[in-house]
Design a protein around this ligand. Structure first.
Ligand SMILES: NC(=O)c1ccc[n+]([C@@H]2O[C@H](COP(=O)([O-])OP(=O)(O)OC[C@H]3O[C@@H](n4cnc5c(N)ncnc54)[C@H](O)[C@@H]3O)[C@@H](O)[C@H]2O)c1
Length: 261
């Protein structure tokens, strides 16, 4: 795993609890102490660079670090003959990066996995996208702490917000630009539906969950999903379900039967 924060910690905990049983071979974080802490729990090696990690004997590299890490992790992993999971999906706001990695994976006969993350309904949306799609909307409501960093950077007086307040309305591309750590799900929706997603972000000081409402309208009908996610204990920006989506993906890789599209 590259990045040893909230998602990596959840994956390690799932291994320790026996929910999944892969061998965690190697860990890398730009803050070495974070990799060391998790490595001790699962007997993994601590690496000091992405290149060192991808050269180890392993099948799957999991990027759970940051948008900035995606290009290097995915490129080096694929070129070293490994499949890769990308959690920081926001990186694919750059269509050229997506195209480059897509072509590289195809050429090297490797796979890039993008988990559904913190939302529900990606299975149905992927199926519906083979028909015609007319509209894709995402409304995300988060508590103050989950959006505080981004809002302060954008100049909002965060501590004066006492009621539910819409802090963003626009395209998924603008959303990921302004809220790079909070709205990965909009990119997942775009990639699954192949339709430009409209995004609304609301901050609600009274809510304790990360709420994502998705509406997709198309020739197969309408899909509406609402998830109310418990924020991760380690990182309030991340929903516990996002970590479980990659844990499930790891489990599915060794299952003989796959459920859902
Ligand atoms: N797809 C989704 O639905 C979804 C949901 C939640 C989070 N995410 C994304 O997944 C990523 C990880 O989330 P998290 O909650 O575990 O974050 P986190 O902040 O808890 O942990 C990230 C870790 O990665 C390390 N890191 C960051 N950039 C690095 C780099 N270039 N090289 C090496 N280490 C680096 C940090 O030091 C930190 O320890 C974030 O980019 C987040 O936005 C995606």
């Amino acid at each position: 795993m590259v990045g040893c924060g909230a998602i990596a910690t959840s994956i390690v905990n799932a291994v320790l609890k026996g929910i999944i049983n892969p061998k965690v071979v190697a860990l890398y974080d730009r803050h070495t102490h974070k990799a060391e802490k998790l490595a001790r729990l699962v007997g993994a090696e601590v690496c000091h660079s992405i290149q060192e990690l991808v050269e180890k004997e392993l099948d799957l590299v999991i990027e759970c670090a940051s948008i900035q890490a995606v290009e290097e992790v995915a490129t080096r992993a694929i070129e070293s003959g490994k499949d890769v999971v990308v959690m920081s999906v926001g990186a694919f706001k750059d269509p050229n990066l997506y195209k480059r990695l897509y072509n590289l994976a195809k050429r090297c006969n490797r796979r890039i996995y993008i988990p559904s993350g913190a939302i529900a309904g990606i299975d149905g949306i992927k199926a519906a996208s083979l028909g015609e799609i007319y509209e894709v909307r995402l409304t995300t409501v988060k508590p103050l702490e989950g959006l505080r960093d981004a809002l302060e950077r954008l100049g909002f007086e965060v501590d004066t917000i006492s009621e539910p307040t819409t802090v963003f309305e626009g395209t998924f591309l603008e959303a990921i630009e302004k809220f790079p750590q909070n709205i990965n799900v909009s990119l997942v929706l775009y990639l699954a539906s192949n339709f430009p997603t409209k995004v609304k972000i609301v901050v609600d000081p009274k809510i304790s969950v990360n709420r994502h409402e998705v509406t997709v309208k198309g020739s197969t009908g309408t899909i509406r999903t609402v998830v109310e996610n418990v924020p991760s204990r380690e990182n309030p920006k991340t929903s516990a379900l996002a970590a479980y989506s990659v844990i499930r993906l790891i489990k599915d890789l060794s299952e003989p039967v796959l459920i859902g599209t």
